[in-house]
Design a protein around this ligand. Structure first.
Ligand code: NAP
Length: 242
């Protein structure tokens, strides 16, 4: 059995990725922050479709929790290697820089960028030993283009893009690829407050994307077939140019 860890896997894009990876044959370790009900629903969906998985609740931005809970899982399961890591957990706290409170800056940076560090630090060593791994970081068009009102979010995602490119060069020789997927507008709770009718006019395919469409791309990057792609940022945005 191959193991995959999806952070922020209870809802939205993370849920679709978790369900798809389970269909691909992975045992999925489903991380989330607090929404037990949605996490249980995702796990139930995986199991109804014949897949396997388990919940692993921790805050990716809390290094102590990651070290204890994820590190504890790794320690207790030395015969199993997490071969695929999807760093997906993320939040938005949009406001103009003028009004941005320190907590809005810190929380967004700590979850996306800090979470990348905390979780990858735990998962990387076993991949190095196994000489195989797939690390896929869910970033954003915002991290490529910069979006007004999202100085925190654009910075966090741009930081993860830099980390993706650097780490890819460190671990390529060990059979580990590191890539980023940069969605545009995808229909999830994160975009529920946005006016799709207005925004879709800017998108060449004239609609928001579906989490399942992002999951298809992630599934390919997680597979052995993607072995010559590393250090890349792959956009999935319906043609919305950055
Ligand atoms: P979402 O529907 O709001 O779901 C976010 C998930 O992340 C939830 O499962 C949540 O857990 C989890 N999470 C949040 N903070 C966490 C933490 N500190 N520790 C662990 N888990 C945490 O978001 P989404 O739209 O699916 O977004 C997923 C990723 O795609 C994010 O990185 C986002 O920035 C990126 N993205 C989204 C879009 C879009 O249009 N939706 C576009 C570009 C990039 P709980 O369920 O427990 O709250």
């Amino acid at each position: 059995m191959k193991y995959a860890l999806v952070t922020g896997g209870a809802r939205g894009i993370g849920r679709a990725i978790a369900v798809k990876l389970a269909k691909d044959g992975f045992f999925v370790i489903l991380n989330y922050l607090s929404n037990d009900l949605e996490a249980e629903k995702t796990l139930a969906q995986i199991q109804e479709e014949g897949g396997q998985g388990q919940l692993l609740k921790f805050d990716v931005s809390d290094r102590h929790q990651v070290d204890t809970i994820l590190g504890g899982w790794i320690e207790a399961n030395k015969d199993k290697t997490i071969e695929v890591l999807i760093n997906n957990a993320g939040i938005r706290k949009d406001t103009l820089m003028l009004w941005m409170e320190p907590k809005d800056w810190d929380s967004v940076l700590n979850i996306s960028l800090g979470g990348f560090y905390n979780v990858t630090k735990q998962a990387l060593n076993p991949m190095l030993v196994k000489k195989f791994g797939r690390i896929i970081n869910i970033v954003s068009l915002s991290g490529l283009k910069g979006v007004p009102g999202q100085t925190n979010y654009s910075a966090a995602k741009a930081g993860v893009i830099g980390a993706t490119k650097a780490l890819a060069q460190e671990v390529g020789r060990r059979g580990i690829t590191v890539n980023a997927v940069a969605p545009g507008f995808i229909t999830t709770e994160m975009t529920a407050d946005m006016n799709e009718k207005e925004i879709k006019a800017l998108i060449p395919v004239n609609r928001f994307g579906k989490p399942e469409e992002v999951a298809e791309l992630v599934s390919f990057l997680a597979s052995e077939n993607s072995s010559y792609i590393t250090g890349e940022v792959i956009s999935i945005n319906g043609g919305l140019y950055s």
